[in-house]
Design a protein around this ligand. Sequence first.
Ligand code: CDV
Length: 350
Amino acid sequence: MPRTIRIAAAQVGAVHLNDTRQNTLQRLICLLEEASSKGAQVVLFPECTFTTFFPRHFISDEAELESFFEHGDIMTADNTRGLFDKAKELSIDICVGFAEATNDGEHYNTCVYYHAKTGSLLSKYRKVHLPGDVEPFEDPEATNQLEKRYFKPGDLGFKAFRVPDLTDATPERGEPIFGMMICNDRRWAEAWRCLGLQGIEVVFCGYNTAGFAPHLWGTSTDQDPKEADAMALFHHKLVMQAHSYTNSCFSVSAARCGWDDGKYNLIAGSTIVGPDGKIIAESATNEDEIIITDCNLDDCRAGKTRTFNFGRHRRTEHYSIITLQAGVVEPPRLSLGSLDGTEGAGIWKA
Ligand code: CDV
């Protein structure tokens, strides 16, 4: 029996600094209703879904900063409850990103998986790879990315989880295996492999990715903004496709995109990618939009049992460098050694 699930990504267009919480929430609810009318069983929403992407702003006022965070139970808090209530009413699971303030005063860039049938959170993930800086750029024209200032690195790791009720749990395969990551995490092979090693079948990833942000990335500040935007989109698709392929899983990505405040450009490009690395659904606008497709999880089997059969082919005895060292340690410079056989002089010995 095929283990097929209809999965959607809810792309969310521009959200301005002064947009009201209620207005943004209403847009998310409309997207959920549209996904429901198309038969979606699970819908992914972007990173920091409920507000504008505030880490681009240097906010010194503590109360103002806290207003971008969600406090208390995300399922019942005033600013977010509407989406969870609607998901329950429509019987659709949702995966949604938000800025989390914990009861003990910590702050994380978080997402949760909400299981509609039981009205409970099946899993929570806190973003591990926080990009950007603690201090704002000196150039007042630069777009900041102050995630390292506002959030602590996630402390929950990359945990895959089983989801009941979406497909018949066949005796051979059991319930679907899902996992979550957030935006910048998708660029790191390590994040994917941690999920891949748990037999991941669908990775969910919401994102806010600046198009033209020359102080942050790109080649120079006078780069053509359109080219920069195209390159950011290319890199987004590259990592989603490559890592879906090398871990033999589906991936779903949902963009917060468009021109926030008419000034800050975030790329669109929400996608659903198959375990062969091919894009099977893709957004066509940079506005609010649902993309949706059927995913037969058994399509993951070919890769998982052949080319990427990890148990058969991985050679962990050669991988310790990955966890022992974070930064780069280059081999010794040839020019600093002599050619008399000194270590590092470029003479290979068996
Ligand atoms: N929100 C993000 O994590 N954005 C990063 C940018 C800043 C590099 C990204 O990887 O898309």
